[in-house]
Design a protein around this ligand. Structure first.
Ligand code: HEM
Length: 417
């Protein structure tokens, strides 16, 4: 049985762009598996179904080898089997425990260097009596810059190349997020790939011989039972990392602050006990996640809810719909950092309740890095920005289909003078 698309909400519609959760509700309840004409893919929206699909070995990430590999090169995100597990074993240690701990001072320094200029500017303005409260657009002055600067510093890149790095990042993001098929965007993405290759290949050759403690040197020299990454694999992973770890963490911070500012009692609780930043992040990943979809290719025909998804078609797992499935979470549209059905201890592992980092073998490699960035960055901001409120009359606007978040978050606060 195939369910007619015309009856189901269209995820490419204006209505969906305004409020995706309204259409996710209908999809989950009435069309748990349905073909979407616009994306030529099967939409799956219930938590249980998505988890089952992501865990199947015969449901692969092959689709990414045509959608994103042209701009990054061949990376872990589309690999399967032994190749995938070898890359996970080589790369994971840098993003967990001791490997990650060694980068925490870098993360703290980047947070401080980014925030100090506006904290000082606003404190001076209040001291001079020019305004009553500090004012800043946190999305513009902090969230957007923070993750990409952290990655740059972890890789040990020179600060003079920041502008190039930012330009490459933007061009690659625009390539990936090119629903309209704009040829200019494709061209700029491929040009960025060319420039990155010219910049990174000589640098990789240099770092293979070096003794630095930066992430690029470590990746060049990683060796697990004789398996090593080639120059091209290191270069492609850097390219993947700036987008996988850049826009996601940028949007995660914005989404989290937006929800906390809308729930002043929960924001107060986090001010009073900064360890709750992690609970707030876990709940944001469930309630307002930056990543809404994960695409997959079934290698065999799959039966679900009386529908046959043919082998070789594309499945769009609506992970954000799954994370608000009432079959899994109580009162799922309520943002509640104290909820018990989204366990914080498990929230940054492949056993997480929410699907913000997905589930199964492709579970986000950078989950613990994202957690460290949010913990360090947000705790620093809260400690230096008492009395945060949304700026008078400001209403944040969420946008994006595959990744979703805000580009502006104007706030006021009481500077520490
Ligand atoms: C809040 C921040 C983040 C979110 C919400 C997020 C989300 C995700 C999601 C949903 C996937 C699965 C994609 C798929 O298979 O379809 C993923 C994979 C991945 N993420 Fe993240 N991510 C975040 C931060 C990071 C960071 C900081 C890094 C930096 C290393 C990173 C690196 C990766 C990589 C390399 C993969 C591919 C893993 C594999 O295929 O085995 N992510 N992430």
């Amino acid at each position: 049985m195939t369910v007619s698309t015309s009856e189901a909400p269209d995820i490419f519609s204006e209505a969906h762009a305004r409020d995706p959760h309204a259409s996710y509700r209908i999809l989950r309840d009435e069309f748990p598996v349905v073909f979407h004409e616009g994306s030529k893919s099967w939409l799956v929206s219930r938590h249980e179904d998505i988890v089952a699909l992501l865990k199947r070995k015969d449901v692969t990430s092959e689709i990414y080898s045509s959608s994103i590999a042209p701009v990054h090169g061949h990376t872990i995100i589309e690999m399967e089997g032994k190749e995938h597990s070898t890359h996970r074993r080589l790369l994971s240690p840098f993003f967990h425990r001791d490997g990650l701990d060694s980068f925490k001072p870098t993360i703290a320094r980047v947070a401080r260097e980014l925030a100090e200029p506006f904290l000082t500017r606003e404190a001076d303005a209040v001291r001079r009596g020019e305004k009553a409260r500090g004012e800043v657009d946190l999305a513009v002055e902090f969230f957007h810059q923070f993750p990409i600067s952290v990655i740059e510093q972890m890789l040990g890149l020179p600060k003079e190349r920041h502008a190039d790095f930012e330009r490459w990042y933007t061009a690659i993001m625009e390539y990936i997020d090119n629903l309209q098929g704009d040829p200019g965007r494709f061209e700029r993405g491929l040009q960025a790939k060319k420039e990155m290759t010219e910049y990174f290949l000589p640098l990789i050759a240099e770092r293979r011989q070096g003794d630095g403690d930066d992430l690029l040197t470590m990746m060049c020299q990683a060796d697990v039972d004789g398996d090593r990454l080639t120059d091209e694999e290191v270069r492609a992973f850097v390219s993947l990392m700036i987008t996988a770890g850049g826009e996601t963490t940028d949007r995660a911070q914005g989404n989290m602050f937006m929800r906390l500012l809308e729930h002043p009692d929960q924001l107060e609780a986090v001010y009073a006990d900064p360890s709750l930043v992690v609970d707030a992040f876990a709940e944001t990943l469930r309630h307002t996640p930056p990543v809404h979809v994960a695409a997959r290719t079934p290698q065999v025909d799959i039966e679900m809810h009386g529908v046959t998804i043919p082998a070789g078609d594309t499945i769009t797992c609506l992970v954000s719909a799954g994370s608000r499935d009432p079959r899994k979470f109580e009162d799922p549209d309520r943002f509640d950092i104290f909820r018990e059905d989204n366990n914080t201890e498990r929230a940054f592992s492949a056993a997480a309740d929410h699907l913000g980092f997905i589930n199964g073998r492709h579970f986000c490699v950078g989950a613990m890095l994202a957690k460290a960035e949010i913990e360090i960055g947000v705790t620093y901001l809260l400690a230096n920005m008492p009395g945060l409120r949304m700026a008078e009359g400001f209403v944040p606007v969420e946008s994006g289909l595959f990744t979703r978040g805000i580009d502006s978050l104007k706030v006021t606060y009481d500077p520490i003078i």
